[in-house]
Design a protein around this ligand. Sequence first.
Ligand SMILES: Cc1cc2nc3c(=O)[nH]c(=O)nc-3n(C[C@H](O)[C@H](O)[C@H](O)COP(=O)(O)OP(=O)(O)OC[C@H]3O[C@@H](n4cnc5c(N)ncnc54)[C@H](O)[C@@H]3O)c2cc1C
Length: 596
Amino acid sequence: MASYQAPLQFMRFLLHDVFKTEDALKSMDVMEDFNVELMDAILDEAANFSQQVLFPINQSGDAQGCTFKDGVVTTPDGFKEAYQQFINGGWSALGCSEEFGGQPVPKSLHLMVEEIFYACNTSFGLYPNLTNTAILLIDKHATTELKNSYLEKMVQGVWSGTMCLTESHAGSDLGLIKTKAIVKEEGKYSITGTKIFISAGEHDLTENIVHLVLAKLPDSPAGSRGISLFLVPKFFPETDGSIGERNNVQCGSIEHKMGINAQATCVLNFDGAEGYLIGEVNQGLKCMFTMMNCERLSVGIQGLGLADVSIQTATEYALDRKQGRVQGSTQESDAIINHSDVRRMLLSMMSSNGGCRALIAYAGNLYDVSEHHADENKRRSASQILAILTPICKAFISDNASINCNLGMQILGGHGYVKEWGMEQLVRDVRITQIYEGTNGIQSMDLLARKILSDEGTGWNHIKQDLCDMIKEAEAVNNLGKDCTRVKQAMTNLSSVTDSLLQDAKRNSNLIGAVATEYLHLFGTVTVGCLWLKMAATAINSGEDGVFQQQIKSLCSFYNRYHLATIATSVERIMVGDKVITKMDLSEFELTTMVN
Ligand SMILES: Cc1cc2nc3c(=O)[nH]c(=O)nc-3n(C[C@H](O)[C@H](O)[C@H](O)COP(=O)(O)OP(=O)(O)OC[C@H]3O[C@@H](n4cnc5c(N)ncnc54)[C@H](O)[C@@H]3O)c2cc1C
């Protein structure tokens, strides 16, 4: 079985030492109750609960999966009981507004708690997570009447939420959706259509499910400008908060898939179901982005958590497993951790995942500033940086997580490939993070086209300033000179590539598509390089020199030598541009003559 202990020391280091969350909150005048002790207590409790309740049903949940019979979905054994414990512990209220019974928490803390849940059981974690982000959306965009009817129960976790976007012919391109909304009477709409791949679309964990559905009204503009958003409950609520009659929404089937088998991925049929408009007509996608942006961070965190389990299990195994002898050894065989190639894999995983955790903490802090800071300019610049970081957190972290879960399996050799150790489940579970919530290709284009090019580089200038400040602060610290030089050079490369794209790519969608993925990876690698400098500088400035501080410095150094080395390749690939990709004629993809 896989091993996992929540990385609490590292999380505390990020929250308290690197990003000084308590002080940051004071300057925002929000969540005044939050101090180091309270944050630590929440992390400790999240770790206890997840390790004791969620982790033990992870492997069995995968083996058993969800079942579907006559429109009813049953989650694997133990999930209902675990969910009850989850809501009894008040976890569903985390991050929700106090008005509806929630407990506002610093976003970076919330994201770390989520990481722990996902590491222990990603399939489980998705059920409450979707509810949490649905609550945010309803709270921000729905009428007071809808909020009063739904939010309290959702915050309590007795009702759950979903996000219904995808249709069989409309995945990345939501402008193609066919689900229809027709006005029934004042404020009520009739929703008809079929949504596919809906996570937590039907299950036995909650007494009601609140679907957030994208649909089109008659005569609405074509494409994504004609999409509206509707709240469609499975059961209508009574005025006393109990559930009443069933609405016309049914689960048609569940998907049989590669991973996250304990998560119900559903086909949902809306057959004249009653729904209520959220936000303005034709502004549905805009409202949906409140949920989607949080989900994108959340998907990155799923990868982070799963990769952490892979790292921990692989490290434990590598310390124990004896094969081959290292130079000068007097043993019959040595633990495989002594072999350089195994160390290379472990260091690659640890430095990449640790850096990505710092990236998430950085994004979490920006989220709080963008929502709560008294100074409007600070709010605006934080939200511009966060907009850039969101697709990076989703795609860069999930791509790395997938690599890291595979490396973990590699370290266990054949024992990683068989089911016993749980490593193959990690590889299967993590793979979806590169696909859903907008594929990583779509994230890359969002970063380059929408977040960098379309605002003429305003957001880019803000983040560049932030990253350069991190380098500057590290330059003032002894013993980081070589690392600073490397990261500074990488930053110069990112700047010149960005400036060149700002010049050449704006009206060239072929070029954007051809280089976007490489650009996102370049951006992610440089950002994580800067964050490692920030962490190493914090560790050195602490004056302590224990194993933890040594580890931070070693991983900083490894990341900035090993991972930063990919930057030269990325720059070269971006500079090649689109010609090499668009040159080949479509006819050359003819299957009958294809060279492969
Ligand atoms: C397990 C699971 C759970 C899911 N949960 C939900 C959910 O809760 N709610 C929901 O609404 N959806 C959900 N989805 C759907 C998911 O978000 C979509 O599968 C995803 O957005 C991609 O859409 P698609 O599968 O139709 O692929 P397509 O859009 O057909 O894409 C296929 C390929 O083409 C590329 N591509 C597409 N368009 C472009 C373009 N313009 N430029 C360049 N490349 C392009 C893509 O990057 C991809 O590589 C889930 C899917 C799965 C498998």
